[in-house]
Design a protein around this ligand. Structure first.
Ligand code: ADP
Ligand code: GLC
Length: 485
């Protein structure tokens, strides 16, 4: 079974959130399940800088006259040896800033072209007959950035391989001016309600949902939620229409997130050597985040993109109530300017008690997840969420809103659930500051009961969140689509 995995992020080369983690861990798990997988990514500077030994497979000018010189490079990810195919097109990808945005946080104006080209390369590699000696049995597209691949395949002459699209976040749709339809080589007669059109715009994600053979998303609960007007982002009707081909497969987490051998941590620990390791990590974290050194005060951690989705405003509004009791808060995040400045204000309002780092800092994210007592994720919606699973693995029970993958992975700490060794965290129902504060309150009460708290931590640490099960589900889909074993 050969699979081309098309994605716009891959950790550790480029990551803005969970997509980067998944695009590394899932292909590795697929490889372990016997799949010959190639990951196709754009050649951003951070990718090119860490490619190591790369060979040029071919040039790509032939794909269309509108883009400038480009090559396809083959390399392997250091450490894991995962095969990477990199689209090296300096005019589109060799820029400062992030994968989607300028250094000052605006979307790149030519994103339709930047990711349209990625899709063209993905579709070209998925044509039959194949242009190169390696050709996929299935093309697996991720999020809007790869969403045009199924549409490009469908609108060409001749046979092509089946496609799967995974929706990691329905809120990001890649909607652009319709002039891009023909610029990107798609026929204008595909620009209609049942095709590429979404409220008068060309939608990459809608194209993927319409034309892919299967649609997956990253948790079973989110698969149901996106078929409702509340969380369907305007695409719920189409998703209901395609519900027979839509499935939710819960993400896993990989072993690079393991407190027993995490190079970012000052002290290693596991579920049998828990107390001393957590204490040392907490002390170092308090120092690093400018918090008072106190082993006993409960420390709440948060690591997040700062967007509406993540409910950071709920936390900010709950802060006066929360801070009326002895606790500390360590925040690491980057994103919307308003939230960044509100967090800065919170840090100066509670010196020594609220520590805020406005950055994207991978090692610090590990230390916050390891050194905190509780991990906050008050998301308004959450397709899967990986951070809460990392927190459980690191003995840091999460407080989460009961939505999407958070609801699928965290078992609320009722007395019965704790006794039966099922409870792993605290959930709350409504996206309100009051509900969040009440859940934190419950968590603090349990924190006061040492035996109960240890049980809660250990139950979370022992939960199996491995990728094996998810990989098997994806392989099942690939097989059903391609007839290949
Ligand atoms: P999402 O993909 O919606 O951002 P996930 O929980 O699936 O949410 O994944 C987020 C990933 O990004 C986790 O690995 C988390 O630790 C990481 N992350 C988020 N913000 C930061 C940050 N500011 N610095 C470092 N890592 C971050
Ligand atoms: C998206 C979602 C997040 C999910 C991640 C990986 O960024 O917001 O919930 O865990 O993708 O699938």
């Amino acid at each position: 079974m050969k699979v081309l995995f098309v994605t716009s992020e891959i950790h550790p080369l480029v990551k803005t959130g969970g997509l980067g983690d998944v695009s590394h861990a899932l292909p590795l798990a697929l490889r372990q399940a016997g799949v010959d997988v190639r990951v196709l990514v754009p050649g951003y500077p951070s990718v090119m800088a860490r490619l190591g030994k790369a060979t040029a497979l071919c040039t790509l000018e032939a794909l269309s006259p509108i883009w400038s010189p480009a090559r396809l490079l083959e390399a392997q990810l250091e450490d894991t040896g995962l095969p990477l195919w990199v689209v090296d097109c300096p005019s589109l990808y060799d820029r400062p800033g992030g994968p989607y945005q300028t250094p000052d946080g605006r979307d790149w104006e030519d994103n339709a072209l930047r990711f349209g080209f990625l899709c063209h390369v993905g579709a070209w590699l998925s044509n039959t007959p194949a242009p190169l000696s390696w050709s996929p049995d299935v093309v697996h597209c991720n999020d809007w950035q790869a969403g045009l691949v199924p549409a490009l395949l469908r609108h060409r002459q001749g046979p092509f391989v089946p496609s799967v699209i995974t929706i990691h976040n329905l809120a990001f749709q890649g909607n652009f001016d319709p002039l891009w339809v023909t610029r990107l080589g798609l026929p204008m007669d595909s620009f209609h309600l049942q095709g590429l059109e979404f409220y008068g715009r060309l939608s990459f994600l809608k194209a993927g949902i319409n034309y892919a053979d299967r649609i997956t998303t990253v948790s079973p609960r989110y698969a149901r939620e996106i078929q409702t007007p509340e969380l369907g982002c305007g695409l719920d009707g189409l998703l209901r229409h395609r519900s027979a081909d839509l499935v939710g497969i819960l993400n896993g987490i990989d072993d690079s997130w393991n407190p027993a051998h995490d190079p970012a941590l000052p002290a290693a620990f596991d579920d049998r050597r828990l107390a001393a390791g957590k204490r040392r990590n907490k002390a170092v974290l308090q120092g690093e985040c400018g918090l008072a050194k106190d082993p006993d005060v409960p420390l709440l951690g948060l690591v997040s993109r700062l967007t509406y989705q993540k409910g950071i405003d709920l936390l900010l509004e709950a802060l006066p109530v929360l801070m009326a009791q002895p606790l500390q808060l360590a925040v690491l995040g980057s994103g919307e300017a308003v939230m960044e400045s509100r967090l800065r204000e919170a840090a100066s309002a509670y010196p020594g008690r609220v520590g805020v780092t406005l950055d994207f800092d991978e090692p610090l994210s590990h230390r916050i997840i390891a050194g905190s007592d509780l991990f906050l994720m008050p998301s308004r919606f959450e397709p899967c969420g990986l951070a809460q699973m990392y927190a459980m693995r690191y003995g840091t029970p999460p407080v989460v809103r009961e939505t999407g993958g958070l609801a699928d992975t965290v078992v609320d700490c009722t007395d019965d659930a704790l006794r039966e060794r099922k409870a792993t965290g605290f959930t709350f129902h409504n996206a309100t500051p009051d509900d969040l504060a009440a859940a934190v309150q419950r968590a603090l009460a349990t924190y006061g009961n040492r035996t109960g708290w240890r049980l809660l931590q250990k139950t979370g640490m022992r939960r199996d969140f491995s990728w094996k099960r998810a990989a098997a589900d994806y392989v099942g889909i690939y097989r059903a689509l391609s007839g290949t074993t």
